[in-house]
Design a protein around this ligand. Structure first.
Ligand code: SF4
Length: 287
């Protein structure tokens, strides 16, 4: 288990210990949640005491996929939607390495959807942090598979008419053994879930709802950054509270809760990861 009593690393220590100073300043827009995502991930890495010489960070394409470039560790910045395919290769060939993947909603679920469901199905031991900002940010604000219905994008100027994917639900139904979802405005829970994901022996998916004021917010009803943070505050519900309402709430409360985004640790199970099965089979064949 993550050492919750370990003193949290300070921001200054975190920068000194984990960031590549020669890559600064970063490219992220003012008000973007990606800085929070880096901060929470590195605090979790520090909390569980990962050996950075045995850790690889991977990403695909998009704003969130720039993250590994800022971290002082081995990294693979790969191609559109293919971070999990590369990560599968790393894990299968070097199973003792810690593998952490950063990907965005469009990169992971749109372009890379096929790799996502199969990596989860295989329960490869890796931690995947999906930054969900409801849009393709870096490429200009096109509609993503996660864009809420009626919201606007450059390719949906009259409002999105497609139903969105629920990334966490998809991970659970595909076979991921640890799944959590949090908005970035809550710092402690994402750090705790990323720590648990790093310690889980299997495919861990942490979906972080993260503001993109540039490509998503300003085209919709969130002109100010605080409008987006308020949206997360008002439209998310802890899964434990949701379940209580389903049991004891009125019809009106149930209906309201059904429309909200469920957050928390959504799924945990123990299941042998693919790489362990594979190396056991190899050993058996050699005997
Ligand atoms: S476009 Fe959006 S996701 Fe990309 S850096 Fe700017 S605010 Fe962040």
């Amino acid at each position: 288990m993550a050492n919750d009593n370990k003193k949290m690393i300070s921001g200054k220590e975190l920068q000194e210990k984990y960031l590549r100073k020669d890559m600064m300043p970063h490219i992220f827009c003012d008000g973007c949640g990606l800085g929070n995502v880096i901060d929470y991930t590195l605090r979790a890495v520090d909390r569980v005491g990962l050996d950075m010489d045995r850790t690889v960070f991977l990403s695909g394409i998009g704003c969130s996929s720039r993250i590994p470039g800022y971290i002082e560790a081995d990294a693979l910045h790969t191609t559109h939607g293919r971070a999990l395919a590369f990560a599968t290769g790393v894990k299968m060939s070097e199973p003792d390495l810690n593998v952490i993947v950063f990907t965005g909603d469009g990169d992971c679920i749109g372009i890379g959807g096929n790799h996502f469901i199969h990596a989860a199905r295989r329960n490869l031991n890796m931690t995947v942090i999906v930054v969900n900002n409801f849009i393709y940010g870096m490429t200009g604000g096109q509609v993503a598979p996660t864009t809420p219905e009626k919201d606007k994008a450059t390719t949906a100027p009259y409002g999105n008419i497609e139903p969105p994917f629920d990334i966490s639900k998809m991970a659970i139904s595909s076979g991921a053994s640890y799944v959590a979802k949090w908005p970035v405005f809550r710092p402690h829970q994402p750090i705790s879930s990323i720590s648990e994901g790093l310690e889980n022996n299997g495919f861990s998916l942490i979906e972080l709802l993260s503001p993109c004021p540039t490509a998503y917010g300003r085209r919709n009803r969130y002109r100010q950054l605080q409008d987006l943070w308020e949206f997360y505050e008002k439209n998310t519900i802890l899964v434990e509270d949701y379940e209580k309402i389903q049991k004891f709430g009125s019809e009106e409360e149930k209906e309201r809760a059904d429309k909200m985004i469920k957050i928390g640790v959504l799924h945990e199970e123990e299941r042998e990861p693919l790489e362990e099965r594979y190396y056991r089979l190899l050993k058996e064949l050699e005997e």
